[in-house]
Design a protein around this ligand. Structure first.
Ligand code: ADP
Ligand code: ZN
Length: 749
């Protein structure tokens, strides 16, 4: 057996489930693959792909005969696609969030890389063989000689095919022939920056940091010198110039030749921010890679390759960018660290901020978490001494935070049995004043569509989705009833499907109805609506924002899309149409979310020379989240909310996890969790994990499946994990039921 290679690669195969197999290094190509390499392997009769997760001198399955182990085929990507630090991070994500290695690897490496390249993002290069003497050139055919001469005079004797004059297909045909004779090599390489780093970017002139900013920057500089720095929470009110602190810190890092990562919430990654960032980093001459969800497969592949190759030292992207393959990471910034969109709601169910903190720990680099409304988790970590804190209490423009007025919708005049009008008297008066003065207004309502539902006046029932426990939203323009959970559509009803009565009407309102009401009440006003219905087309969001910025729009009504990050100096009024909309959700974070949202929305007002005002409409104006937001009192809110969380044993004082079941069969779905409960409770007592009951989820049915949940809580995530692993191994669950679990869940729905 001496002729067989003694190196075995343990390969995580890209397949549905967890599958890790041993392969031998092929004899004809005895170079060891590096850990993290993407390779193709034989799997049964087919060819599969996988990533080398370790190498060993013995097969990992003891007793397996060496001859039985098949050699792998070949490398699919020239360099490892995962470096050792990322691989360590991947192990942590897989174990902490209980997901398969496959699911983790798939989020690390974009689909285009798995496929071995994306055509649109690849370039074909011709590389002259070094041993080819130029005298030999002369004996070639004229076309061959032309190609050889072109390569000869090129830098490093290589050129992309597209830069060689002539027809592409004929050049390629000749080149292939020359390749066979060993005169050159044809190589497929990732193309350069798909966005062609605009030459016309005007470098922005950085403002001078104010004293608060300077103190924060110095703080970060000090952390950069530490070998194992703790994360820093940068708590700065809206408009306090947190971004400037990020940029200066990132600048310092790339100046030293290291790379920097900036995570932003998905919705914040507008072309507006992207341009601003490119402009600010233009002077460094270092590439900026932008990863966002609108990239095509080829674009994503191209950006990823630029990062792996070290061409892009600065990476900006949403949560998944935390896995960007950068070398020598010097800093990670998580902007708006409190944003729920950092949590992924499918496997691996990771939280981008928490993974960032872990990556910083592995790489020994500082992690900056920025927010105007820090998550209670991060604040708690400050209190525990695990995170540092820097505060920016002043707005950079020296403007005061806007004045917030709360109007009680219960006191608004209304006709008997009818809902109050959409705009309170106060809000209507303020909007009129803005229109008269030529100033702008933003209205915020976190519900799209025209009406929440169609409701029967006779029997009171609302038309629901056949697949979900959710009413269908009425969209007037497309004349459809639409399920916002599963996307089910149907024609609006003319009569009640329950009782047959014809007195059916639209009840409740969404952004589409607000737009109509604005046009009716302020016929001269120029109104724009920004929600996922109106900005479905690529580029449309930017058009609307530009129009607003240049004063072509007076009033903008939108969903959470417009809640953050936007900066419009002429906006002096922000109206929140129904502030308590989120307070009714059965979630221990409901108050925190409403407080955050109100604070962020209010931060959109008065960002220029003009003072801002905010009108918040609510049915329960006395609720603490609204009152604290009104006084912009984060510390007061946090103190009260933390006391409550502590009293009830909720995060951040304990970790929570949800076990979820889904099944088309409601009884089986419930049964599965009921069967787990006795085991969980018995074993949970020893492990000090508090186990809740198996109950229907607030959203009982979605996509035709019934949903149930068990909430677990403990100080130790490791013990929760162990308990769930043991329970799932000990209890037999029916095949018709899908059971998953979610560590540190962000949605309890
Ligand atoms: P935040 O993210 O804290 O809400 P930004 O970083 O967006 O605030 O800053 C708000 C605005 O103030 C931006 O237009 C930014 O360019 C500007 N700015 C930041 N720092 C300064 C400064 N020191 N002097 C003048 N303008 C500044
Ligand atoms: Zn539905």
């Amino acid at each position: 057996m001496a002729h067989l290679s003694r190196v075995f690669a343990q390969v995580a195969i890209d397949s549905g489930g967890e599958l890790i197999l041993d392969y031998r290094v092929p004899d004809e190509n005895p170079a060891k693959p590096a850990v993290g390499s993407l390779i193709s392997v034989p799997l049964g009769k087919r060819v599969a792909r996988g990533i080398v997760i370790s190498l060993s001198e013995q097969p990992s399955t003891p007793g397996l005969a060496v001859e039985k182990i098949r050699p792998y085929h070949r490398l699919l990507f020239p360099t490892p696609v995962i470096d050792p630090e990322l691989s360590e991070l991947g192990d942590w994500v897989a174990s902490y969030y209980g997901s398969s290695r496959q699911a983790v690897l798939r989020s690390f490496v974009p689909s285009g890389v798995w496929k071995g390249g994306v055509r649109s993002a690849m370039e074909t290069w011709l590389v002259l063989a070094p041993e080819m003497a130029s005298s030999e050139n002369l004996q070639r055919s004229p076309r061959q000689r032309e190609i050889a001469v072109a390569l000869e005079s090129a830098a490093e004797k290589q050129l992309p095919v597209k830069e060689i004059p002539g027809k592409r297909s004929s050049i390629l045909a000749i080149a292939r022939k020359m390749e066979k004779e060993g005169l050159l090599k044809v190589e497929h390489r990732p193309a350069g920056d798909p966005f062609h780093e605009n030459d016309d970017i005007v470098p922005a002139i950085p403002p001078d940091p104010n004293p608060e900013q300077r103190a924060a920057i110095e703080r970060v500089f000090a952390l950069l010198k530490e070998p194992t720095p703790h994360p820093l929470l940068l708590f700065g009110v809206t408009g306090s110039g947190k971004t400037e602190v990020y940029i200066r810190a990132m600048d310092a890092v790339v100046e030293k030749g290291k790379s920097a990562l900036l995570l932003v919430p998905e919705i914040a990654l507008t072309p507006q921010t992207m341009e601003r960032m490119r402009a600010r980093f233009a002077h460094t001459g270092k590439g900026v890679a932008m990863l966002h969800s609108n990239l095509s497969e080829g674009e994503r592949y191209g950006e990823w390759c630029r990062i792996v190759a070290g061409e892009a030292k600065i990476v900006i992207g949403p949560r998944s960018a935390v896995f960007a393959p950068m070398q020598d990471l010097g800093i990670i910034v998580v902007d708006e660290e409190h944003e729920p969109s950092y949590k992924q709601d499918s496997s691996p169910r990771y939280h981008g901020r928490d993974v960032a903190v872990m990556r910083g720990k592995i790489c020994g680099c500082p992690v900056i978490l920025g927010s105007a409304t820090p998550s209670l988790e991060s604040l708690h970590n400050v209190h525990e001494g695990k995170y540092h804190l820097s505060r920016l209490d002043q707005r950079v423009d020296g403007c005061d935070l806007p004045v917030v007025r709360v109007t009680d919708l219960r006191r608004e005049p209304r006709q008997e049995g009818a809902a109050p009008s959409i705009f309170s008297r106060e809000l209507a008066k303020q909007m009129r004043a803005r229109l008269d003065r030529g100033e702008q207004t933003i209205l915020f309502l976190n519900r799209r569509g025209y009406a929440r539902s169609q409701q029967c006046l006779a029997c009171g029932s609302a038309i629901g989705c056949p697949h979900c426990s959710m009413t269908l939203t009425y969209h007037r323009k497309r004349e459809q009833l639409l399920c916002h959970i599963c996307g089910h559509q149907q024609r609006p009803a003319r009569a009640c499907p329950e009782c047959g009565d014809a007195s059916i009407r639209a009840s409740g309102f969404g952004t589409e109805r607000v737009e109509a009401a604005l046009q009716q009440q302020f016929p001269k006003a120029r109104v724009a609506r920004v929600d996922s219905d109106t900005v479905a087309r690529k580029g449309r969001l930017q058009e609307l924002l530009d129009a607003f910025k240049t004063g072509k729009i007076d009033i903008m009504i939108g969903t959470q899309m417009i809640a953050k990050g936007l900066h419009f100096p002429n906006v002096t009024l922000v109206g929140v149409l129904q502030a308590d909309l989120g307070l009714q959700t059965p979630d221990f974070r409901a108050a925190e979310r409403v407080f955050q949202l109100l604070t962020q929305v209010a931060g959109r007002a008065g960002r220029g020379d003009l003072a801002g005002e905010v009108v918040v409409q609510a049915f329960s104006p006395e609720s603490p989240a609204i009152q604290f937001a009104r006084h912009q009192d984060f510390d007061g809110f946090a103190e009260q909310e933390l006391q409550m969380r502590k009293a009830f044993g909720y995060p951040p004082f304990q970790h929570a996890a949800l076990i979820l079941s889904r099944s088309e069969d409601a009884v089986a779905g419930h049964r599965a969790l009921l069967d787990l409960v006795p085991y969980l409770k018995a074993a949970g007592t020893n492990l000090q994990v508090v186990v809740g009951e198996a109950i229907p989820c607030p959203l009982e049915k979605a996509h035709g499946q019934f949903r149930f949940q068990i909430l677990l809580r403990s100080r130790s995530p490791a013990r929760i994990r162990k308990l769930i692993h043991d329970a799932l191994a000990a209890v037999n669950l029916p095949k018709t039921v899908i059971v998953v679990w979610d560590m540190d869940p962000y949605s309890l729905m």
